[in-house]
Design a protein around this ligand. Structure first.
Ligand code: CA
Length: 227
């Protein structure tokens, strides 16, 4: 299993869109943050598999973001993006705890290869299987089973299910799911969450006596065993 969920911290809209598009084409789920403060907040709030981090950012630069994230004990692999001839930035970034860097403009093949490399080097957190009733998911392998049978989910469906499973028994709002899964992009509408929940239900609950994904009207969803 390679990298799945990537946080892109980039303030230039064109570059953010380019990164987002390219990474999604490589089958990653992408969350975008538009400045350093937003990036740090996102990186602390969620368990990303890797961070693609621009160095020159408003609010807080990429070096400071890296320093604070590492100081908080988060080991998420970080690939820094720097302007050409920014040797001082590169040294500061690596010293602060970034795993690797790439200068702009970059080649996609190289960017994807660097991401694979830093994810291999990263210490794998010990993640155990999450279970609700006869539904289990393994965050390390992205395997999902209901009643022992394998269930195939897309990357986004898996993220949503994992988000719910990690909060099993607790009601989660649509807005918190949107922020965690899609980040701070404003184009996402709340009925996008509902559409994905419908897809998940078709795969997990359909035809089952016990429905696990439950709607909390006007608020959000909860995954739990009892009605
Ligand atoms: Ca920038």
């Amino acid at each position: 299993m390679g990298i799945v969920w990537i946080l892109v911290v980039e303030d230039e809209p064109a570059m953010a869109d380019l990164l987002c598009q390219g990474l999604e084409e490589a089958n990653h789920t992408v969350t975008v943050a538009r400045d350093g403060a937003e990036g740090l907040h996102a990186a602390e709030a969620s368990q990303f598999d890797a961070i693609v981090l621009d160095v020159m950012l408003p609010q807080m630069d990429g070096v400071e973001l890296t320093r604070r994230l590492r100081a908080a004990g988060r080991q998420t692999p970080i690939l820094m993006l720097t302007a050409r001839d920014a040797a001082a930035d590169i040294v500061k970034g690596l010293d602060a705890g970034a795993d690797d860097y790439l200068t702009k403009p970059f080649s996609w093949k190289v960017l994807l290869a660097r991401l694979r490399a830093i994810s291999r080097r990263a210490p794998r957190p010990a993640v155990s299987t999450l279970q609700v009733s006869d539904l289990s998911i393994d965050p390390a392998s992205s395997q999902v089973r209901r009643g022992g049978a394998l269930v195939n989910l897309t990357a986004t469906e898996f993220r949503i299910l994992e988000f719910l499973m990690r909060r099993a028994g607790r009601v989660v709002s649509r807005s918190s799911m949107m922020e965690a899964i899609w980040g701070f992009e404003e184009e996402i509408e709340s009925n996008t969450v509902d559409a994905f929940i419908k897809l998940l239900r078709d795969k997990i609950d359909r035809g089952r006596e016990r429905k696990l994904i439950q709607t909390v009207r006007g608020f959000g969803y909860v995954i739990r065993e009892e009605e």
